[in-house]
Write a new protein. Structure first.
Length: 315
């Protein structure tokens, strides 16, 4: 079972698991997920779609659970912050309860946001983070931190097989075009010929992992023995400023867009880069797709998306 299976990451995970011969129950309430993301899977006899909100219990028979359900971009998780916290915390309780009942292995998609605005760089898994517990981003950051707590308490109290991954910035086809994330923002603005927005001076850094690499890390972690629980960082340690990213997007799209600066949002991390030593040593994983190659594939997706939208409008 993949919760959040119609989302950006979930749809890629469902696709990869189907390619490996698994039977998939895709669970999503379509708050940020889209039928478009899984339309090509619906005809597969080993794929089943269930519309459901994980804040309510679910009674199904499954062997493995990938818990990806939660809005993951500031635009979406700040829209209804109470519901965001419920999805992370109550959703985790419900999915852990299900895993306990059916004795399933369970995977939690956590986030680099648990490190907050870090004082340690790059961020190893041992770092406890620097998170504002009452800020605008707290519903997501603290919700994910609490979910990790629940996973490890279920492990200690009920001997549940858990796997926890901390995802660093990931991009690729099927990203929501209006999710407010930097990669989709810059590409959409460039393709439309709009001004490209940089927050602050554009010198804050991020590390960008292409979605195919990330999904490979997910599956490698899920396939480890019960002694491996995580948390394990999965991300690309290549570090780029947002200005460098914007320049690369302009180069790939051939856009004439101008760069404009806006105030930095509150609690926006200045640096974000994973220490992936554990992923390399335990999973034999490291990213293989560089930023330019990944952006080229992502630009093609968004270009096709905009053309399709324009054709709908004209008809």
């Amino acid at each position: 079972m993949v919760t959040g299976g119609a989302g950006f990451l979930g749809s890629h995970l469902c696709e990869r698991l189907l390619d490996q011969g698994h039977e998939i129950l895709c669970v999503d309430n379509f708050f940020t997920g889209s039928r478009r993301n899984i339309a090509h899977l619906l005809g597969n006899p080993r794929f089943e779609m269930l519309r459901h909100d994980v804040t309510f219990p679910l009674y199904v028979e499954v062997d493995e659970i990938y818990n990806l359900a939660c809005p993951a971009s500031p635009v979406h998780y700040q829209f209804d912050p109470v519901q965001t916290t419920k999805t992370s915390v109550i959703g985790a309780i419900n999915m852990l309860g299900l895993a306990k009942r059916v004795k399933a292995k369970i995977f939690q998609a956590s986030t680099s946001e648990v490190y907050g605005d870090p004082e340690v760089h790059p961020q190893p898994e041992e770092y406890w983070g620097r998170v504002n517990p009452i800020g605008f981003r707290s519903c997501y950051d603290e919700g994910k931190r609490c979910a990790e707590t629940l996973f490890f308490d279920y492990r200690r109290q009920h001997n549940l097989q858990i796997k926890v991954v901390r995802i660093f910035n990931t991009y690729g086809p099927r990203m929501h075009p209006n999710d407010g994330r930097v990669v989709s923002n810059l590409i959409m603005q460039a393709l439309k010929g709009e001004d490209i927005t940089l927050y602050g001076d554009g010198q804050q850094t991020r590390s960008f992992c292409y979605v195919d690499d990330l999904i490979d890390g997910f599956i490698r972690l899920m396939d480890t023995g019960p002694e491996i629980t995580g948390p394990i960082n999965i991300g690309n340690p290549g570090e780029f400023t947002i200005r460098q990213l914007a320049d690369l997007v302009i180069e790939i799209t051939g856009s004439k867009s101008k760069l404009v600066h806006r105030p930095l949002p509150p609690d926006d991390p200045r640096q974000r880069r994973p220490d992936i030593t554990k992923a390399k040593e335990i999973l034999g994983w490291s990213p293989t797709i560089d930023l330019k190659a990944g952006l080229e594939k992502t630009v093609l997706y968004f270009d096709a998306y905009l053309r399709e939208a324009n054709n709908r409008d004209q008809s």
